[in-house]
Each structure stands twice: as structure tokens, then as C-alpha cells.
Design a protein around this ligand. Structure first.
Ligand SMILES: [Zn+2]
Length: 223
């Protein structure tokens, strides 16, 4: 895990401090992270081990938390820079004129920072004040990231429990009143299945009645 963190995660998140990722990008990164952890722990998809458990075994967090930590640490570093430095002026300013091109990304870095701070429970109007003190900023970020990771785990566990519960419940179509056969009482999984089953009843009834007719005709001829 030490080698993985030192080489793979560092290469994967190289220069991530300035990224403005969308949800789909974070999902793709997290999928890669989980695949690597599964390979390290010799876990296969058919073992059906939840991702939360895999991360717990590997002693790591989800990739979004790692990304947030790096971005918040860098943000604190930028805030502590003197006002005349270019990164500082770019991070806390916006264009007074001009328009973005039509097909450009809608989400701005500022929006991403705002949402990252709200995920960690850090007020946006106080982040410059908090970031001024290195130790305080680190403590605030640690607390916020721990809460975020816990919420992430809770949501994943609840989702897993809900999925298991749904799997154990009978299919809703089988519980419908109209899906039971009126002739033999057999419960069909769908309305289409019930129609096919009723066709089968009709065919067998027709076959039985025609064979009866043939038998009576033969008996009449014999008499
Ligand atoms: Zn039937």
C-alpha cells in the first residue's frame, strides 16, 4: 500500500490541485482506485465484497477524499501567499469582462472550491480567515474530511443494505392480484407470462375437446 500510495496515487493525481472535476470524473478515478485495491488484496468481483470493506482492509479512503485533501491543502498554501503573487490573485478574483466560449466547461474552479468547502463543512465566507493560520487550517480540514469520509461510508452502507433488502423481497409483479391464473391458481411473474399461460390452457382445452369428439364419433360408428 505504501508503494501504491507513493507511485500510483501520486501519478494519478498529479497536478490535481487545479482540477475542476465533474462527478463522472470522480467516479472514473474511484473505479480505478478500487480496481487497484482489489488487485493488491487479491479480491475478485465474484467475491462480492463491498467497496467500503475493501477500503477498510487496505487502510485507505475513497479517492474523492484524497483529492479534496490535496486541493484544500493547496488552497491554504495559496491563501497564505502575499496578495501580489499570481496564484493568489487568480484564486480569489474573477474576470470583469469577456465571455466563455460556447462549448467550454460550465463549472468554474471557484464553484468547485465552494462545493468542496461545503462538503467538508467549512464556511465559504471564512475560509480566507481560517487559511491564514497553517495549524488551524490543517485541523479544520482534517475534521471536515473525517466527517465527509464518514458520511460517504454511511451512504454506501445504507445503499448496500437497501439493495440486499430489495433482493430478498418478492418481485412486486408476483404480488399483484391479476397475475394469478384463474384456472389453476398459478402465479405468473408478469402480465405477458399470464397471457401465455392462459393461451396454453385454451390450447389444451381445445385439444382435449377435439379428441373427445373424435372418440364419440368412432364409438357411434362402431355401434
Ligand atoms: Zn393456469
Amino acid at each position: 500500500m505504501v508503494v501504491y500510495n507513493a507511485i500510483c496515487v501520486s501519478t494519478l493525481l498529479y497536478a490535481c490541485e487545479g482540477w475542476t472535476p465533474y462527478r463522472r470524473h470522480i467516479r472514473a478515478l474511484d473505479a480505478f482506485h478500487i480496481r487497484c485495491l482489489q488487485t493488491i488484496l487479491h479480491v475478485h468481483w465474484w467475491d462480492k465484497i463491498p467497496h467500503v470493506q475493501i477500503r477498510c482492509r487496505a487502510g485507505t479512503t475513497c479517492l474523492e477524499t484524497i483529492l479534496l485533501r490535496r486541493q484544500l491543502m493547496w488552497l491554504g498554501h495559496v491563501i497564505r501567499m502575499p496578495g501580489n503573487r499570481l496564484p493568489r490573485s487568480l484564486a480569489c478574483s474573477e474576470l470583469s469582462c469577456g465571455r466563455r466560449s460556447v462549448w467550454s466547461q460550465k463549472k468554474r474552479f471557484k464553484d468547485h472550491i465552494r462545493s468542496s468547502l461545503s462538503k467538508c463543512g467549512i464556511p465559504f465566507n471564512r475560509f480566507e480567515e481560517l487559511g491564514g493560520d497553517r495549524e488551524e487550517w490543517r485541523a479544520v480540514c482534517d475534521r471536515g474530511l473525517a466527517t465527509f469520509e464518514q458520511q460517504h461510508v454511511d451512504v454506501a452502507v445504507a445503499k448496500c443494505a437497501r439493495r440486499h433488502q430489495q433482493r430478498n423481497q418478492p418481485h412486486p409483479t408476483t404480488m399483484r392480484q391479476g397475475s394469478a391464473c384463474t384456472v389453476c391458481g398459478r402465479v405468473c411473474a408478469s402480465a405477458f407470462g399470464l397471457r401465455s399461460h392462459m393461451c396454453w390452457h385454451k390450447e389444451t382445452r381445445w385439444a382435449a375437446s377435439s379428441s373427445n369428439q373424435r372418440t364419440t364419433k368412432r364409438q357411434g360408428r362402431l355401434v
